[in-house]
Design a protein around this ligand. Sequence first.
Ligand SMILES: [Zn+2]
Length: 386
Amino acid sequence: MAERKIPDPERLKLWVRSGGRCQICRRHLLEGQLGYRELTFGQAAHIVGQKASAKSPRGLGEVLTDEERDNADNLMLICDDEHSEIDKWGSRDAFTVPFLRELKRKHEDQVFLATSFGEYNRTTPIRMVGWLRGSPAEVGRDAVATAVMANAGRMPRFDLSTRNMVEIDLRGLPGEDGPSPEYYAAACQVIDRAVKTKVAEAVASDEIIHLSVFAFARLPLLVYLGAQLDDQVPVDVYQKHRTTGDWKWPAPDGTVTFTFSVPDLEPASSEATLVINVSGTIHQDELPPRVRHLPVIELSVDQLAHPDVLAGPRELDAFSDACRRMLAEMEGRGHKHVRRLHVFAAMPLSSAVEFGRVLSRDVYPSIQLYDRTPSGDYVPAIQVGK
Ligand SMILES: [Zn+2]
């Protein structure tokens, strides 16, 4: 009786699952080993034999229908000579059904994992949308996709939201236009809920392996968001650029640089001020009278300060790096005694998130973040840290 022909769909599945390689010796089966011509080698070998008889190798190993015997799950892709060897009477005690199944499973799992390139490029966007300068931001899924594809070569997966929602929505919270302390408290709660539950759970279960942050809200809330994101997965931060109106970095190779100055502190100093001048310049006489006499640490961009001064991710990295070095130098200059650092910042939105991320890593006393009211005064907004 002639052998049944294995159905083409099962054969195709077997070849794809096997990655074109022998499941025993791993040989590439689509090329000759001597003349390197494109030839096809390999055979589909039955694990439980094709016929339910003692003559068919392993034919009585399990009770299966004919269809199940010819299914890709019961087939191995192996070299011709290996096929003959495992089927010979003299080796059937070694090549049992469980043994061959295990070889097949291991090989197919390896192929599956090794070819899952797309998985490594995926990113989970976190959009935080509030009001700023009187208008709510738009961060469409398409704008997010454009930015992460162009700047990071990644594909977004919106696991934390649906079509009609954003991941962290601060619109509609009362008291924004002041902005009032109640507004900040409510906004921080919304951020906590999203980050400490949704994001943390998805990171723990490996659903999130990379984050891309698109945040448009008041500066202290951006710092707060950054401080809540932990370092378990890599994070890219984006911002909306005023000149182009979109979220894609306009100049990925930019070379903006930063300088900071840290004064020596008396051991008795328990408070200090940090002024960050990147998107604009804050002058000493603009600070609230209560903090004007405190020692001032300053971090500034070396080029002309303006809102779009950061034009690429490398410049954002340079900013984070300057922040970390500044904090290290503060440690070295007697700032360990400082209980409270008052932070006044004129900085692009992306750098506010990054500043928060730096703070989350470096242990520092309580940070008091200030916000600028429409009338130009600085008022206490949020505390970060102990
Ligand atoms: Zn082989």
